[in-house]
Design a protein around this ligand. Structure first.
Ligand SMILES: [Zn+2]
Length: 248
């Protein structure tokens, strides 16, 4: 959830004066940068704007966003700003705290402020970089190109992938391929069963043909089934194959 760090929360100094407009008067949304280091604090920016070199009544911008995407209330919504001559009444404003190196998190927050301003205004505000209405390099080529592109943002988190289909275990996969066997059957699968019985201590005497399902095999299978808690049918079905294959 996106939140705005209020003036009270960051300890803003009171403005020397304050004028407001209505959303009907707001038609634009300006993007700026502070052109300073990313580490500059909101308090330092306010002190600079209210100090002797600027002498403004308050911090210049409506809102500010840092590299982590944290949003600070500057003058706030609908307060006449000091960010772009001739547009301080018509334009909401946000400043990125940094130079020409906007982070994805900062862009997401700037875009969130734009969407929020439009929502409050009940109309689309014109997206503008400071330099589009005043002779300045602000907000820098990267942010300006991003504004020109319509402030696209990627979601902070990729939407969750659908849960992967459960993969059958190796044993289940093998069992699926094995036919049901019963006394009298012949073939390669009978041989598999023959040696699995031996491995599980239900060895059928060596002289017995290992490719034919004999009565001895039936007895061995019933033994495996009894040990596994299965019905003693003597028929090697899926669960019986699983019991034969289980390494325990
Ligand atoms: Zn600017």
């Amino acid at each position: 959830m996106t939140t705005i760090i209020s003036r009270k929360a960051w300890g803003a100094r009171a403005p020397r004066n304050r004028y407001t407009v209505t959303w009907a008067q707001r038609t634009e949304f300006f993007v700026h940068h502070t052109a300073g280091p990313k580490t500059q604090t909101i308090q330092q920016i306010q002190a600079f704007h209210m100090g002797p070199s600027r002498g403004w009544s308050d911090i210049g911008y409506g809102h500010l966003v840092d590299a982590d995407g944290k949003i600070y209330e500057g003058r706030g919504w609908l307060v006449v700003g000091a960010h772009c001559p001739g547009h301080n009444r018509s334009g909401e404003s946000v400043a990125y705290i940094g130079d020409d190196d906007p982070t994805p998190a900062a862009k997401r927050s700037i875009r969130w402020l734009y969407d929020e301003a439009c929502r409050r205004a009940g109309k689309k505000l014109k997206m503008l970089g400071h330099g589009q209405r005043y002779a300045t390099s602000c907000p820098g080529p990267k942010l300006q190109a991003w504004v020109n592109a319509g402030m696209p943002v990627e979601a902070a988190e990729k939407p969750a992938k659908p849960a992967p289909k459960p993969q059958p275990t190796e044993t289940e996969a093998i069992v699926k391929k094995l036919p049901t066997l019963k006394q009298g059957d012949h073939g390669w699968h009978v041989k598999t069963m023959h040696y699995l019985l031996a491995a599980r201590d239900y060895a059928v005497p060596a002289e017995v043909d290992d490719t034919t399902f004999t009565e001895q095999h039936t007895n061995g299978v019933k033994g495996i089934q009894a040990a596994a808690g299965l019905k003693e049918t003597g028929v090697v079905d899926g669960p019986t194959w699983a019991a034969l294959l289980r390494v325990a």
